[in-house]
Ligand binder design. Structure first.
Ligand SMILES: Cc1cc2nc3c(=O)[nH]c(=O)nc-3n(C[C@H](O)[C@H](O)[C@H](O)COP(=O)(O)OP(=O)(O)OC[C@H]3O[C@@H](n4cnc5c(N)ncnc54)[C@H](O)[C@@H]3O)c2cc1C
Length: 412
């Protein structure tokens, strides 16, 4: 089966690896002429790292990743610890795979580097699709075309494939803007920050930091509330002084981190409701193209990686299933889980940004039970369920019977 994957990001490239493992002939078409990623970190939880390990990337990941000891929540002004959740060895013990902090560029290099390079076509921007009974034709800017049995739109938040399949859509500005940057560790050595992930929660914002690139950089994502925003982009340049203003009165450690950064990116967060469907005929969607989510569960890429594994398993059931039925099965398995995590991420925006007052006190009271450091399962059953999931275990073939969309019930 020939599969054309549109988009060579984390989702598209990891899907290509999964599809090749089940015998598909895969080509990835990426719009940018040269591989590149924004300077930012990403958290890879066990539900995703277990798949990357299956794809043979464990050793390379270990070389570029940081294994954080824990994740902690702290109060915005005095730095008081609100809760602590064990990561480190507890992840492998409880979920069978590690929790990693990585630089996005390092991760993409490893995943895309594992695809035979003649299958990765750079500088190919998809502008349209034509579906036939037995194939799909993909059109690219500049006039070239290719044909495939299946097309996978892994082309991110502004997906051209999604627009072709389901029409244009109007995302909503979430009211949140993120400032992101990476700081060389020698510049903040005096702060004595440990190898863990910290989330400072305060009025109208939060500030997350953790180490990446084997510990050579500290990555931060500083989220603030803003009244309006016109365009959605991941890599607009930001201004350090502007970011600092939002954090006036917050803990001095955050200001020290902001002062140490060279380049800061500003990124507006747009929110979308789950799409009614992901699949039409011989084309489907994957990753941010179909389930973009606010980053407050740190699961966007992890869910894209899971999508690829399930998609490959479903397509491996062809010809016992028709291509169309295999793609519908993929959607039925994946959409409920991804949609629930989208909703959980949205809920976290409110929890993280409470102003001091009764609601914040109630939140801190709930968290206080975990201030000493607990396992993920004790702190958050929902996160525990997310981490425990193994996409490779999904029953996808005709013998699985009817796959009806089912809720995962991650709410706690
Ligand atoms: C600040 C921030 C922090 C995050 N933290 C985490 C985290 O800790 N953990 C986590 O799991 N997720 C996290 N996420 C989410 C995660 O980064 C995304 O969900 C993930 O990158 C989605 O991968 P994707 O491949 O679907 O899309 P993308 O990474 O956007 O890749 C899409 C690719 O398609 C290409 N493309 C676009 N249009 C076309 C076209 N017409 N033709 C050809 N190619 C095209 C693009 O150039 C791009 O390379 C975070 C996101 C942000 C912004």
């Amino acid at each position: 089966m020939r599969v054309a994957v549109i988009g060579g990001g984390i989702g598209g490239c990891s899907a290509a690896l999964a599809l090749q493992r089940v015998g598909c002939i895969v080509d990835v078409y990426e719009q940018v002429p040269v591989k590149g990623e924004v300077g930012a970190g990403i958290q890879i939880s066990p539900n995703a790292s277990r798949l990357l390990n299956v794809y043979g990337l464990a050793q390379q990941l270990e070389a570029i990743a940081v294994r954080p000891s824990m994740t902690e929540a702290r109060r915005w002004d005095d730095g008081r610890i609100l809760s602590r959740e064990q990561l480190g060895p507890a992840m492998e013990r409880d979920f069978g795979a590690p929790y990693y902090h990585v630089h996005r560029a390092d991760l993409l290099n490893i995943i895309s580097g594992a695809i035979p390079q003649h299958c990765l076509h750079m500088g190919r921007r998809c502008i349209g699709l034509v579906q036939h009974d037995d194939r799909v034709e993909v059109m690219f800017e500049g006039g070239s075309t290719v044909e495939a049995d299946v097309v996978v739109g892994a082309d991110g938040i502004h997906s051209a494939v999604r627009r072709e399949l389901f029409g244009a859509e109007q995302p909503r500005f979430s009211g949140n803007v993120a400032y992101r940057g990476v700081v060389p560790v020698e510049r903040i050595a005096d702060l004595g920050i440990e190898r863990k992930s910290t989330n400072w929660m305060g009025p109208g914002g939060h500030f997350v930091h953790y180490f990446v690139s084997g510990g050579r950089y500290l990555n931060f994502v500083a989220v603030v509330e803003q009244a309006a925003w016109q365009r959605e982009s991941w890599n607009d340049r930001g201004d350090v002084a502007e970011a600092q203003q939002y954090y006036e009165g917050w803990h001095p450690q955050l200001h020290a981190i902001l002062r140490a950064v060279d380049d800061i990116y500003k990124w507006a967060l747009f929110d979308r409701d789950p799409l009614p469907s992901w699949t039409l005929g011989r084309a489907t969607l994957l990753g941010d193209a179909c389930h973009p989510m606010l980053p407050y569960m740190a699961q966007g890429a992890a869910q894209a990686i899971e999508d690829g594994a399930v998609l490959a398993a479903c397509l491996s059931s062809v010809p016992d299933l028709s291509v169309e039925d295999a793609l519908k099965r993929y959607e039925a398995i994946r959409k409920p889980r991804a949609s629930e995590i989208q909703a959980l991420a949205r809920r976290n925006a409110q929890t993280f940004h409470l102003h001091d007052g009764p609601e914040q006190q109630a939140r801190d009271g709930r968290m206080a039970a975990h201030a000493g450091g607990r396992d993920v399962a004790a702190v958050s059953p929902a996160r525990s369920m997310i981490f425990a999931y193994d996409a490779m275990q999904e029953q996808v073939g005709p013998a699985a019977g009817d796959v009806t969309p089912k809720r995962m019930d991650l709410w706690t």
